[in-house]
Design a binder for this molecule. Structure first.
Ligand SMILES: Nc1ncnc2c1ncn2[C@@H]1O[C@H](COP(=O)(O)OP(=O)(O)OP(=O)(O)O)[C@@H](O)[C@H]1O
Ligand SMILES: [Zn+2]
Length: 637
């Protein structure tokens, strides 16, 4: 396709001329700006009335939305980059007095970019002589994406067992001869199993980083195509490319997208996917382990994978990557806080204690949010209060103070949330109430968040029942207060949560005596928690539905009764929420006792003091394993 090159040449020439013309027809910048103070500038950024911020040494130039140019002098210690990032204001490059030539180069930049894009597409089309971008996947176009930037085991914290198990692979990649000489069985593939955000990708990258080999990624869903035969040929290509780059690590994310058990497709088999899976199996068998390609795959649904994938010689190494425990959380926080200056009051252990159920990704996010909170007020280090606020944001979603609620809506929300809180406080096995709020956050009008005192590994039936009651308390509250005819759609989220929990109890955990100890999820492909697709007898189905309903109805009745009994407490708390909008666990207790929520000082200050939710709750005995599809602490909406 020499033609394309030709065209590109002419385009470049044309653009050059255009740029030159632009330069001489007075591209010079005018430098008339009004001077303002730095704090005025910060305000403008926060009000989002700035455009085109340019940094020039200590000078900050910007144009306000009405077109006026301003200049402000930045104090030494202010970090403007963080301020701008926190407010989503794009930053222009540092700009000195522009010489004519620099200005010329600068004006050329967008065109050069354009040309780059052009040439990229041209190349792609050329490369795709056999299909390429437009072809149906017979292409040799790069399937695997190489990730650069070295990650090592030091960057992965809190999952030491998983690291240990993978150490062997690193060892092998570093020194393959040693392994084959000893006749040792070299792993071909490892499967990382664990909930989202626990660092599976990171771990796979770290193997490559430690061994000093390239790291390639592809997602299982990349193989899934509408066109017959495409997926299989992509698998072939992937292995071909990997072998060319050996030794290397290929990481297949979400392998369940291709790896679901065969013969169970929705609506009678999915030939295309099965072919793809077969190809994957064939390729895994086909290559010799000593070729130096190691396939690392990740999933959070091992239960749906085709057993053939897990046989020896394929993904025979299975490594569990769990959510971190308290020590692990502290270490992960440490890893992510390495680049963040922390204030003297920050104690990562306390943060770790207050974040049970957080995944590695959640914790990374927490540190990042805290840093942004500090940047927003122009502080150079992160304080405990920043972490506290960041935690609320990560757990409950960003506050949406701008959302306008009528007084009636607010009141209803207050009684609803107070209902959750009172029932949660009454039932001894419910996790301590950490916070209640009627400020809209995320997608909810208000919420009550409980946090376990220690890591939840296991749920007892009675604990599940209490949690159900707490979840249904919002609706019970609305009904008691406003009557059945005025119940809103507010409890929709609660009902969904309650149903999911009750179904898990019945279908999965054998907590219904009537239904018995049978895992009924197996009876349905793509079990999504509902019984519609269950291939069981009508009688069993009926029984399951009945039991699910019974758990929920009982829970509702229990919540209803508690609220009736503690009507005065509930009333006080609802009024307290209306007045203060957000109350911490301690504050809730005070309000219920009829005391002012804050001892002495004004609102909000208590939030930073309290790290461990201290409440009525009773320490629980914690047996080992978490139920499959275990329950994370969730805000009760
Ligand atoms: N154990 C950990 N140590 C340090 N950082 C972690 C850890 N786990 C997660 N993170 C942080 O969270 C981010 C997301 O993690 P990663 O993408 O590896 O999770 P994952 O298990 O692959 O998630 P998913 O299943 O959603 O793909 C990482 O880039 C890292 O910043
Ligand atoms: Zn609710």
């Amino acid at each position: 396709m020499g033609n394309a090159r030709n065209i590109a040449f002419w385009v470049v020439l044309f653009l050059l001329i255009l740029a030159l013309f632009n330069l001489f027809s007075g591209g010079g910048s005018t430098l008339q700006s009004r001077e303002i103070s730095y704090s005025e500038f910060v305000r403008a950024v926060e009000d989002k009335t700035v455009a085109n911020v340019t940094l020039d040494g200590e000078q900050v130039r910007f144009r306000s939305n009405d077109g006026t140019d301003y200049v402000a002098i930045k104090p030494e210690d202010a970090s403007i980059t963080e301020l701008l990032i926190a407010n989503d204001v794009p930053i222009r490059a540092e700009q000195q007095e522009q010489s004519g030539f620099q200005a010329f180069l600068l004006s050329l930049l967008p065109f050069l970019l354009l040309i780059g894009v052009w040439i990229y597409f041209m190349n792609r089309m050329q490369g795709g002589g056999k299909g390429g971008a437009m072809g149906f996947g017979k292409s040799k176009a790069k399937l695997l994406t190489e990730k650069h930037g070295r990650v090592t085991f030091d960057d992965v914290a809190g999952i030491d067992e998983a690291k240990e198990e993978l150490e062997e692979i690193v060892e092998f990649l570093r020194n393959p001869q040693k392994f084959s000489r000893l006749g040792g069985k070299i792993p071909k593939g490892a499967l990382l199993v664990g909930p989202p955000g626990t660092g599976k990708t990171l771990l796979a990258r770290a193997i490559a980083g430690e061994a000093g080999v390239p790291f390639f990624t592809i997602s299982g869903s990349d193989f899934v195509e509408m066109f017959v035969g495409v997926g299989a040929s992509r698998v072939r290509d992937m292995f071909e490319q990997a072998k060319k780059n050996a030794p290397c690590i290929v990481f297949i994310d979400e392998i369940d997208a291709v790896g679901r058990a065969r013969g169970q497709g929705y609506g009678g088999g999915n030939d295309e996917r099965e072919q793809t899976l077969n190809q994957l199996l064939v390729e895994m068998d086909g290559f010799e382990a000593n070729e130096g390609v190691i396939i690392v795959a990740a999933t959070n649904r091992r239960d749906v994978l085709d057993p053939a994938l897990l046989r020896p010689g394929r993904f025979d190494r299975q490594v569990t990557v769990p959510n971190p425990d308290i020590k692990g959380r502290e270490k992960i926080l440490g890893v992510h806080a390495r680049k963040t200056p922390l204030g003297p009051d920050v104690d990562l252990r306390i943060i770790a204690r207050g974040t049970p159920g957080f995944s590695g990704a959640d914790l990374a996010n927490l540190v990042n949010e805290a840093a942004l909170m500090a940047a927003r007020v122009g502080r150079r280090f992160v304080t405990m209060e920043d972490f506290e606020n960041a935690k609320d944001k990560v757990m409950m979603g960003a506050e949406r103070r701008s959302m306008v609620l009528t007084d009636e809506q607010k009141e209803k929300t207050a009684y609803h949330e107070a209902g959750h809180a009172v029932v949660g406080l009454t039932l001894p096995q419910c996790d301590p109430v950490y916070k209640a709020t009627i400020i809209p956050r995320g997608g909810a009008l208000g919420m009550v968040v409980s946090l376990p005192e220690i890591d939840r590994l296991n749920w007892h039936k009675s604990e599940c029942e209490e949690k159900l009651a707490m979840t249904m308390a919002g609706k019970a509250a609305e009904i008691i207060k406003y009557g059945p005819e005025n119940v809103s759609n507010g409890p929709a989220g609660d009902i969904q949560q309650a149903s999911a929990l009750a179904r898990a109890m019945v279908l999965q955990w054998g907590m219904s005596d009537k239904v018995g100890n049978i895992d009924y999820r197996e009876a349905a492909e793509g079990y999504s928690g509902n019984t519609a697709g269950l291939s069981v007898s009508a009688h069993t189905k009926e029984m399951i539905e009945e039991e699910v309903r019974r758990f929920i109805t009982d829970a509702y009745d229990r919540a209803y009764q508690i609220l009736q009994e503690r009507k005065d407490d509930w009333e006080r708390l609802a009024q307290g929420l209306l007045e203060y909008e957000t109350l911490t666990g301690e504050e809730i207790e005070r309000v219920i006792r009829g005391e002012p929520p804050h001892s002495g000082d004004d609102k909000g200050s208590a939030a930073s003091k309290e790290d461990t939710p201290s409440l009525t709750a009773i320490p629980k005995t914690k047996p080992k394993a978490k139920p499959e599809g275990g329950l994370e602490p969730e805000p009760t909406v």
